[in-house]
Design a protein around this ligand. Structure first.
Ligand code: ADP
Length: 499
């Protein structure tokens, strides 16, 4: 029988989604379900692993039901997931010993402050490519081992195991038979040596983590196992897995060195494929493992913007200047420019290349003639300027010249923003017809492992082009705007300095 679909499971921070793709990489059906967010203490964020699993499997069944797809029609399952979130469960019963500690959770910030005083911090940078932070799984896992009664003893006896969300889903899909993770998820734990591609003993020792609780690390595209008969009544191969940003990079067909994508979501994530060698950053970009399907190690540089689309949400919900996010486009276009106004949306500090946690939102250049349209436009432009700061840094640190940027995420629907990005970065901005790139990446990884797609060239041919924005701004104008942005950032930094 011809298998017709690849099933992509997209396990995000606020919802579980499922998308069925056909051989032309078109979406045939999808379903989505939100799940509970718990904030037991200020700064703490938890999820219920069992609810993650039940919501994920229920959307899979719902999506299949929408088009009458049978499990036997599915050629493979691909998983993409919120990264870094940490689960510990009993290997035999599958019962979690504690809620999932979500990547956003800050409970281990002090553990990381301690770590920074030790030479291990520099070692971790070298080996894992990450800047030590409470985001990553290591300190979260250490916290569970140190704070949940009995867990350490059970871990030492091999009874309880650790995994990120991909591992947890594969455990459940295979009826507890398989305990694995993929290289991209492993690279976000801060326990994984991205050069040797294996768990690092010294870091495990520092965090006092018994290594037998760690999953086996596999490529992002391979058959991890088959679904348990009790789930679908038939065995379906689970054949792809990668973290959400790495899947978006793959789903954007950034298969080659130098290709990059930017996601304009609530926050922004810029990732660039740097080929078979990790690029080292001196200015706060992360070095991470990229998903690949050809058996070769592939690396990426990653930079993030804390507030991207969230700036537009702020204008809408707090400032009441907008009825809806898309309305920002019409308003921005209703004025010629920002009238000299810049808004540095450093609401929660500034990331690379500035790295100032104490910076706060700063609006400069206001005159008697400033209107809300100018401010709306300035907030949209701020997304583009921050992206440009990261692009410039990536070019510098990787030594790779970037010619185009592939885009996705909610705010990439904004044509004004995309044109402005193209102008300010002097690069083509390419928006695919389907911006579900995360799910597509997971599907591609799963489909390549099972022969559903022959190779990445075949995939490239299926992906529909959307729109390409080409730079048209005069260089003089561009330089003038960039200079204004740098001055505005200086103001935000000066405010932070006197804290
Ligand atoms: P996430 O996956 O991070 O939840 P999405 O990719 O769904 O985010 O993008 C949602 C964000 O995009 C919101 O912050 C919203 O304000 C912004 N957004 C959505 N549409 C537009 C638009 N047309 N113009 C500008 N911003 C937009």
């Amino acid at each position: 029988i011809m298998k017709q679909y690849i099933l992509a499971l997209d396990q995000g921070t606020t919802s579980s989604r499922c998308i069925l793709f056909d051989k032309n990489a078109r979406i045939c059906a999808s379903a989505q379900k939100e799940f509970t967010q718990s904030y037991p203490h200020p700064g703490w964020v938890e999820h219920d692993p069992l609810e993650i699993w039940s919501s994920q499997i229920s959307v899979a069944i719902e999506a299949m039901g929408k088009i009458g797809a049978k499990p036997s029609d599915i050629a493979g399952i691909g998983i993409t997931n919120q990264r870094e979130t940490t689960v510990v469960w009993d290997k035999k019963t599958g019962k979690p010993v504690y809620p999932a500690i979500v990547w956003q959770c800050r409970r281990t910030a002090e553990l990381i402050e301690e770590m920074e005083k030790d030479p291990i911090a520099e070692y971790a940078r070298e080996v894992t490519g990450l800047i030590p932070d409470a985001y990553f799984s290591a300190s979260k896992l250490a916290w569970i081992l140190d704070n949940v009664e009995g867990v350490r003893e059970r871990a030492e006896k091999g009874e309880v195991v650790f995994g990120t969300i991909d591992s947890w889903l594969i455990h459940n899909l295979t009826g507890g038979k398989v305990h694995v993770t993929d290289v991209t998820n492993a690279s976000r734990t801060m326990l994984f040596d991205i050069h040797k591609m294996k768990w690092d003993e010294r870091l495990c020792e520092y965090f006092n983590i018994p290594m037998q609780m760690l999953p086996e690390v596999k490529p992002s595209s391979c058959i991890y196992g088959y679904t348990d008969k009790d789930i679908f009544g038939t065995e379906v191969p689970i054949s792809g897995a990668a973290g959400d940003q790495q899947c978006a990079l793959f789903g954007q067909c950034c298969f080659d060195k130098g290709e990059l994508k930017n996601t304009y979501g609530t926050g922004g994530f810029l990732l660039m494929n740097t080929g078979d060698k990790p690029a080292k950053s001196e200015n706060g970009l992360l070095t991470t493992v990229a998903a690949s399907a050809d058996g070769k190690n592939t690396y990426a540089l990653e930079g993030s913007i804390f507030i991207a689309g969230a700036g537009i949400q702020w204008l809408r919900d707090e400032m009441k200047m907008l009825e809806s996010s898309p309305e920002s486009e019409k308003m921005a276009l209703s004025v010629e420019d920002t009238g000299g106004v810049y808004c540095v949306t450093a609401f929660t500090g500034l990331g690379a290349p500035y790295w100032t946690p104490y910076a706060r939102g700063t609006i400069v250049g206001i005159t008697r003639g400033t209107k809300k349209e100018h401010l709306v436009r300035a907030v949209l432009e701020a997304m583009a300027y921050q992206t440009e700061d990261l692009i410039e840094l990536m070019e510098k640190e990787s030594g790779i010249e970037i010619t185009s940027v592939k885009v996705d995420g909610g705010a990439s629907a904004n044509d004004f923003l995309m044109q402005f990005q193209s102008d300010i970065s002097k690069k083509q901005v390419i928006r695919p017809a389907c911006i579900e790139t995360t799910g597509m990446g997971a599907a591609f990884l799963a489909g390549l492992a099972t022969g559903f797609w022959k190779d990445t060239d075949e995939i490239k041919q299926c992906v529909e082009e959307g729109r390409t924005f080409v730079p048209s701004m005069k260089e003089e104008k561009r330089q003038e705007l960039l200079k204004g942005w740098k001055r505005a950032v200086k103001c935000a930094l000066a405010w932070a300095e006197d804290e």
